[in-house]
Design a protein. Structure first.
Length: 289
């Protein structure tokens, strides 16, 4: 429930922060602040990462997780929300639950899809198509709106793949894993911002406050919660337990920012939710040590 509340309000904070921060600078500061906090906590706890020696493949997986949990989705969402509402972004990220199931079926031992989960996946996929179809059909929103929609959907795919990769890592300290992934991502994005982003103007108090919430709650806190849950219960259970976040995202966007909630958003989310409900008990979950 806590993770859903954080996830649901994240898109509101992004919308507020984007008023003064460009997408690249917003991601750079968001990840860097969170990385400093998590590294300090990790060092206080002893600074250990893996329980035992690991292979080169595990190191490659770790680096891949850095890009898939922070760099790519944060950039995609921050860029996409310049053109779509925070409510749409929240609903779009719910589709990560649909992507996790087939990935876990293929890549995670013990996570197997059943006929029921396959039917649920089909319903959910139709919901995603319904969600983005008005922009394609009418053409009135412009190309950037469509690209913004696709960016949010692609971010959901990044989260889905990263959750599967996290579950495949050898025994690891979740605090250390969060600190390492955020540190690597922070260095990469901050250097990119220095090279490619335009100089920033002085941000407002509201934008700075939103950045602080994004860094501490939505980045450091939620990444730690996500990694801990995935290691304990698996990627499928985490994905299907996060359906509350889109409702919070839509509600906060409408109430605080005055965003219009389109009928296609509601119907698309209902289809995605139906697919998630069908798939909730449609996989066989392995026991974890």
């Amino acid at each position: 429930m806590l993770l859903s509340c954080i996830g649901g309000t994240t898109f509101l904070w992004i919308e507020v922060a984007l008023s003064d921060f460009g997408p690249l600078w917003l991601v750079a500061y968001r990840i860097s602040i969170a990385a400093v906090v998590m590294v300090v906590i990790w060092q206080i706890r002893g600074g250990k990462l893996f329980v035992q020696a690991v292979s080169c493949a595990a190191i490659v997986t770790l680096v891949s997780i850095c890009f898939l949990t922070t760099i790519l989705p944060f950039l995609l969402i921050s860029w996409g929300q310049q053109y779509v509402t925070s409510g749409f972004a929240g609903i779009a990220l719910a589709s990560s639950a649909l992507i996790v199931s087939p990935l876990a079926h293929l890549l995670v031992p013990g996570e197997r899809m059943s006929i029921r989960s396959t039917v649920g996946l089909t319903f959910g996929f139709l919901g995603v198509v319904f969600l983005i179809s008005p922009a394609w059909q009418t053409g009135t929103y412009g190309p950037h709106f469509v690209l913004g929609e696709l960016a949010c959907i692609l971010a959901a795919g990044c989260y889905a793949l990263s959750s599967v990769l996290i579950s495949r890592l050898p025994p690891v300290d979740p605090v250390g894993l969060t600190a390492i992934t955020l540190t690597i991502a922070g260095i990469v994005v901050f250097l990119a911002a220095l090279i490619f982003a335009e100089p920033m103007t002085r941000p407002s108090i509201a934008a700075m406050s939103a950045l602080g919430l994004l860094a501490l709650a939505s980045t450091a806190g939620s990444n730690l919660l996500v990694i801990s849950l995935i290691r304990q219960v698996g990627p499928n259970f985490l994905a299907i337990s996060s359906f509350i976040a889109p409702l919070i995202a839509v509600a906060t966007g409408a109430l605080v920012l005055g965003e219009t909630v389109a009928l296609s958003d509601i119907l698309g989310f209902l289809l995605i939710l139906s697919g998630m409900a069908l798939g909730k008990y449609g996989f066989r979950h392995r026991d974890r040590a």
